[in-house]
Write a protein that binds this ligand. Structure first.
Ligand SMILES: Nc1c(C(=O)O)ncn1[C@@H]1O[C@H](COP(=O)(O)O)[C@@H](O)[C@H]1O
Length: 163
């Protein structure tokens, strides 16, 4: 199936975070591709990846990186398709460095910055599905079903003392 979302990350070590984006896309039936691409370590590959994404049918890029997280911003600089940035939680500064690197883009080159870590990766996957759902009713129905199930789960477990 033609991937609609490109999940990229600065290092293999980011996968335990970024797999949560992949997991939610699997759940919602959104086809995606996954690749390690680094603005710092593989700059030519990043430029090739971002420049070719639109032409290859990718609609949204989810880019996760930690520390000096330049990957989402540099990807955004090379493509007109939306880029969602996930700050990976770094060991030294707990991901605050990643968050600030991703969120503080200069005007004119936006990156949609999500929360640090697992919640951000999950929400990047969900947001990608919500954007795609504007043009694809099957994906939007899957998003609505996910939301309903989430709400039902909370409502049916309202007593915090019960497991
Ligand atoms: N922030 C970036 C970029 C980039 O922005 O291009 N490339 C790698 N990295 C980050 O370096 C951290 C440590 O990487 P290693 O675990 O490979 O040493 C990772 O979180 C990665 O995202």
């Amino acid at each position: 199936m033609q991937p609609l979302v490109g999940i990229i990350m600065g290092s293999k070590s980011d996968w335990p975070t970024m797999e949560h984006a992949a997991e939610i896309l699997d759940k919602l039936g959104v086809p995606y591709e996954v690749q390690v691409v680094s603005a710092h370590r593989t700059p030519d590959l990043l430029f090739d990846y971002a420049k070719s994404a639109e032409g290859r049918g990718i609609k949204i890029i989810i880019a996760g990186a930690g520390g000096a997280a330049h990957l989402p911003g540099m990807a955004a600089s090379q493509t007109p398709i939306p880029v969602l940035g996930v700050p990976v939680q770094s060991k030294t500064l707990n991901g605050l460095d990643s968050l600030l690197s991703i969120v503080q883009m200069p005007g004119g080159v936006p990156v949609g910055a999500l929360a640090i870590g697992k919640a951000g990766a999950t929400n990047a996957g969900l947001m990608a599905a919500q954007i795609l759902g504007l043009q694809d009713s099957k994906i939007m129905d899957a998003v609505k079903a996910f939301r309903k199930q989430q709400t039902d789960t909370v409502l049916s477990n309202a007593d915090p003392r019960q497991s």
